[in-house]
Design a protein around this ligand. Structure first.
Ligand code: 5CA
Ligand code: ZN
Length: 409
């Protein structure tokens, strides 16, 4: 699949700081310094059955900041993202609305690309669909079967969680905590014939009326977790630097993915860090396609809202906190954007050297975007009040805000 066009990242003087970020697996803020010159990042992509909402945008904004901090610290970034373009929720929506599932997926993926472009999210180098990844999924499942880590239940294939001594290390949940979450998030703990209720589906044999592919595993389609594993291993290999997604993916998705890979390759760990963004809510509930309480990025754009303001509204919340979208978020962002634009439009301003250092420090400190915004606010307030002597300052601020926060002033 093709991704979306890139936004130039302006060059900045000096160099950024190493990224410290909260790793779910160790429950701690740690320096995640890439092992080589190229940082390897996998971020779970959308299931394209509805338009991009602000919760998705907040999560992708988080990992866009990760890339910007790494680049500023002198790394290249190899970024991979998937599209879950065949899975139950997509097929169910297609049937419910009388659409062809491939057309639904293609249309929503196209809209996602437009939204990401408008929000200046840096594109992945490899943007890969589940369907495209079937040829890499099949040998992985075969490997798991051969080693006894996978087994059949009525023609479907399951992963045995007991085959991985590290199972549970990503989310840190107990079995009692896992069980209800597994059932809520696509798992089937009650299915008869499974060795362990938590065992996850690797391969689903063909169901009437559903798409299926002819492979060495039989006629069927892949499970969800193995899709991301196959794509990540193909393009990044084991021990890549960071696996990202929203907090609803820590279990079971990232836990299972790590176990699938660790057992199939006999190596550990799958990713060097697991980073999760908080959930954005609306009217008291997590924004979700299934609940339908959504604010779409594309709807805001259609209403003429500047995407830079949408992005500033996201940046005003720390990525790890859960928060509720309200109309005030957008009003505050629009005011801030106008203030910043006026300040960088002046012929000169107060020196911005320390501001650049403050933005870098804030972002390197567990992506503290709200602190970075506050630093720019302070500079803009001084620029309005006193003007300044530095003719390079407005240009430096607009380049720094663009390069580090993805906001074009
Ligand atoms: N295709 C899978 C990942 S492989 C999937 O979870 N797709 S999704 O469309 O449901 O979600 C895409 C990303 O947005 C995931 O990282 C998910 O955690 C995140 N996300 C979904 N809803 C919210 C929300 N309300 N707030 C923040 N992030 C969200
Ligand atoms: Zn995923």
């Amino acid at each position: 699949m093709h991704a979306w066009p890139t936004s130039e990242v302006p060059a900045l003087p000096g160099q950024g700081l190493p990224l410290r970020i909260y790793d779910t697996a160790t429950s701690s803020v740690r320096e995640v310094v890439p092992t080589g010159p190229t940082a390897r990042l996998y971020v779970c992509g959308i299931t394209p059955y509805d338009a991009t909402h602000l919760g998705h945008a907040a999560t992708y904004n988080t990992f866009d900041l990760v890339q910007r901090v790494w680049k500023d610290a002198g790394h290249d970034v190899l970024y991979v993202q998937n599209v879950t373009d065949v899975d139950d929720p997509l097929l169910e929506r297609a049937v419910a609305t009388g659409q062809d599932w491939t057309e639904l997926a293609a249309r929503e993926t196209a809209l996602f690309r437009e939204d990401m472009t408008a929000l200046r999210m840096l594109p992945p180098a490899h943007y890969i669909g589940a369907v495209e990844s079937i040829p890499w999924i099949v040998p992985l499942v075969q490997q798991l079967l051969a080693s006894g880590a996978a087994y059949e239940v009525d023609g479907d294939i399951y992963f045995s969680v007991e085959s991985d001594p590290h199972f549970g290390e990503v989310s840190g949940l107990t079995r009692e905590q896992m069980l209800p979450i597994f059932a809520e998030r696509g798992g089937d703990p009650e299915r008869p014939g499974k060795k362990n209720p938590l065992d996850a589906l690797l391969w689903l044999s063909a169901r009437p009326g559903e798409p299926a592919w002819d492979t060495e595993l039989g006629h069927g389609r892949p499970g969800w977790h193995i899709e991301c594993v196959a794509i990540a291993l193909k393009y990044l290999g084991m021990e890549f630097d960071l696996q990202g997604g929203g907090s609803d993916l820590s279990f079971p998705h990232h836990e299972m993915g790590a176990s699938h890979a660790q057992v199939a390759l006999g190596a550990h760990p799958y990713a060097r860090s697991y980073v999760h963004a908080g959930m954005v809510g609306l009217d008291g509930h997590k924004m979700s396609k299934s609940r339908g309480n959504l604010v779409f990025v594309s709807a805001l754009r259609r209403d003429g809202i500047d995407p830079a303001a949408i992005r500033l509204a996201l940046l005003a919340h720390h990525y790890r906190s859960d928060w509720e979208w309200t109309a005030d978020d957008l009003d505050a962002a629009l005011t801030r954007l106008a203030t910043w634009r006026a300040a960088v439009s002046r012929p000169d301003g107060p020196s911005a050297t320390s501001l650049l250092a403050e933005i870098r420090e804030a972002l390197a400190d567990d992506l503290d975007a709200p602190a970075a915004l506050a630093a720019v606010d302070r500079w803009a307030a001084t620029a309005h009040a006193d003007g300044g002597e530095d003719i390079g300052a407005p240009g430096l601020v607009s380049r720094a805000v663009d390069a580090l926060l993805g906001v074009a002033l």
